[in-house]
Write a protein that binds this ligand. Structure first.
Ligand code: SF4
Length: 284
């Protein structure tokens, strides 16, 4: 999530989500749209959809209790090896090792060897022969590797491992290979004075769980609209994963047309809609 937004935003959002969904039980009388609405701004909306589905299964099949074994956890939507390890270690304090890129990098730097995730897990498992707090280990490795043994410019002078780390005080500088792909997209605000048009099956490949403002990609839909009088009202850059979009926004007065897969929503109600940040930015 931190690729999409800042730590502060994630922190505030998590508190907001917990406030509305404080327990598995609290999901029972809620709709997915309510979760998507409060999730808005975090990106990775499939995670919200999977969370909603997973909690339903936890409530229906596991009596509202988070499973404490890997097989049951992996049966939940969106839960794979990493998440199940994180739940077992952090949630249940069991012997499990969530290996993310940061933790892998830390082990690789100390040993001076490249490993696969499974090998890192085996090394940690062998190193933890006596019972320890697996919760603390998982959390501290995540924190240490992201705060001290950072990807770029690690703080070796603050590091307790620097005496024996095979990579201590080496230069790890900004990797410029993470270049964004430049793309351009036009979105249209079709305004019937009281309503705005949204489409249900957009061709824009992101935010599949939301209704969209129409874009130039929706050629079939756009063919029904006379775009001659469109007025450009906004232009900005917007990053989604590794794409840098040049977003152009056009407004067009348009009477309400009945076209398949469209929905006209009262302008006043668009503020209440569950919409991704991109569309909120376009409409505000
Ligand atoms: S000494 Fe430097 S490279 Fe090695 S683990 Fe510590 S921070 Fe990372």
């Amino acid at each position: 999530m931190l690729q999409q937004t800042t730590v502060k935003t994630v922190e505030n959002k998590i508190l907001e989500i917990i406030n509305i969904f404080p327990s598995f039980n609290s999901f029972k009388n809620k709709k997915l749209e309510q979760l998507l609405k409060v999730w808005s701004g975090l990106g990775y909306y499939n995670r919200a959809v999977n969370l909603f589905k997973a909690v339903k299964i936890i409530n229906d099949k596991f009596n509202g209790v988070l499973p404490d074994n890997r097989d049951s956890l992996i049966s939940l939507p969106g839960v794979g090896t990493y998440t199940s390890s994180a739940i077992l270690a952090i949630g249940h304090n069991q012997k499990a090792f969530p290996i993310d890129v940061n933790v892998k990098r830390l082990v690789e730097r100390i040993s001076g060897t490249e490993f696969k995730d499974k090998e890192v897990e085996s090394i940690l498992s062998m190193a933890c022969k006596s019972k320890i707090s697996y919760r603390s280990l998982a959390e501290s490795m995540m924190d240490f590797s992201s705060i001290i043994c950072k990807k770029n410019n690690p703080d070796c002078d603050k590091c307790k491992f620097s005496n024996f780390c095979k990579s201590a005080f080496q230069k790890f500088e900004n990797n410029q290979n993470t270049k964004k792909i430049n793309k351009k997209i036009d979105f249209y605000i079709l305004d019937s004075s009281l309503h705005i048009c949204f489409i249900k099956k957009p061709k824009f490949q992101f935010y599949k769980n939301f209704i969209h403002l129409p874009s130039n990609l929706d050629d079939e839909f756009i063919s029904n609209i006379k775009l001659r009088k469109k007025e450009k009202i906004k232009s900005f850059k917007f990053v989604i994963t590794n794409n840098l979009f040049q977003v152009n926004v056009y407004k067009l007065n348009q009477k309400k047309l009945k076209i398949a897969n469209t929905v006209w929503i009262e302008k006043i109600k668009t503020k209440e809609l569950a919409l991704p940040t991109l569309f909120k930015k376009i409409l505000n």
